[in-house]
Design a protein around this ligand. Structure first.
Ligand SMILES: Cc1ncc(COP(=O)(O)O)c(C=O)c1O
Length: 338
């Protein structure tokens, strides 16, 4: 348990090598009223491009280069809420690849600007199109691939190397940082790669560890887990979480429970994190914190529970949205008091 390297004192050959051993911090004021829980958050926005997705960018691209599927000059294409795109863009720079990203036009402007700054070519799609439409977020990549079969599509939603990334890195880091004393891990589900991969590793170390996912209202995962049924997807504002259809990387066998979160609940806790912990994180972190607090409220106060959560990206990317009262009011959410 004691071999934890201090990332801050290390020198890395490549930027992507620094995507590891992110800080784990204990939360205080946001959870202070719950005496039967200690909550620890893994700050994935301390990765070089600012999110948990740097890890899969590195793993997926290095694997494709190692097995000969990718070589310098080739094009990588992916659909991403922006964070995987940043991880892939980093790898594209390192390995002289071209990077084309299909992204919803409503994605926070700061994310789109950052992507363009590191050389990604963006294909903006209308998020209101139904999933079966050839120009929808989920189908557009395939539409482009049918014209350019030579492009490499990592397919973060269905490529189990996504889960392997977290099995090999995020899970072991959490285990060591927590000295193996963990009761729950709570995290948002986007592709499901982070939670499924880390959960697999953690449950192998200690089968008593319970895994709780967090899913936005409007996504299909919550109802599927609870009832086995697929609901009609509806739009929501929390970037990076949920989906309109089931995907391979979300492996429900590692899930013990799932909590549903609304835009307002997620954004309220995102803003509380900034105000009360000085953790400037994105909306999926607030969603995760909401999940943690809902879980704590449901637990009997018979022991001290150690809960780990994951904060996937930084609030810098959402200053014009979640942290902007006018933007929220336009969406019918009033968080001026938070
Ligand atoms: C901001 C943000 N939070 C959470 C997630 C979820 O991570 P995963 O895809 O590993 O489930 C993502 C994924 O895109 C994300 O961009």
């Amino acid at each position: 348990m004691s071999n934890i390297p201090n990332n801050n004192t290390r020198v890395f050959e490549r930027l992507s090598d620094a995507a590891q051993w992110t800080a784990m911090v204990k939360l205080h004021k946001t959870v202070k009223e719950y005496k039967h829980a200690e909550v620890y958050a893994k700050l994935e926005f301390t990765n070089p491009m600012g999110s948990v997705k740097d890890r899969i960018g590195r793993h997926l691209i290095r694997k494709a280069i190692a097995n000969g599927r990718l070589k310098p000059g080739d094009t990588v294409i992916e659909n991403s809420s922006g964070n995987t795109a940043m991880g892939l863009a980093m790898m594209a720079v390192e390995y002289n690849l071209k990077c084309k990203i299909v992204v919803r036009s409503t994605t926070a402007k700061a994310k789109l600007d950052a992507l363009r700054a590191v050389g990604a070519d963006l294909v903006l799609v209308d998020p209101t199109l139904p999933p079966e439409h050839p120009d929808s977020y989920n189908k557009k990549v395939h539409t482009i691939l049918s014209q350019h079969p030579e492009y490499y599509f990592p397919d973060q939603h269905n490529n189990l190397d996504n889960n392997e990334t977290h099995y090999l890195t995020t899970g072991p880091e959490i285990w060591q940082q927590m000295s193996g004393k963990i009761d729950y891990i709570v995290a948002g589900i986007g592709t499901g790669g982070t939670l499924s991969g880390a959960a697999k590793y953690l449950k192998e170390q200690d089968p008593n560890i319970k895994v709780v996912g967090v899913d936005p209202v409007g996504s299909v995962f919550y109802t599927y887990f609870k009832t086995g049924k697929i609901t009609k997807p509806a739009g929501y504002l929390i970037e990076g979480l949920g989906d309109e259809e089931l995907i391979k990387c979300m492996d429900f066998k590692y899930l013990d429970d799932i909590i549903q979160v609304s835009n307002e609940q997620a954004f309220k806790y995102t803003r509380l994190l900034a105000k009360q912990e000085a953790i400037l994180a994105g909306g999926s972190s607030g969603a995760a914190l909401y999940g943690v607090i809902s879980l704590i409220k449901s637990l009997p106060a018979d022991k001290l529970y150690r809960i780990v959560t994951i904060f996937p990206d930084s609030g810098n990317r959402y200053l014009s949205t979640i942290y902007n009262d006018d933007w929220l009011l336009e969406k019918g959410i009033n968080l001026k008091e938070v």
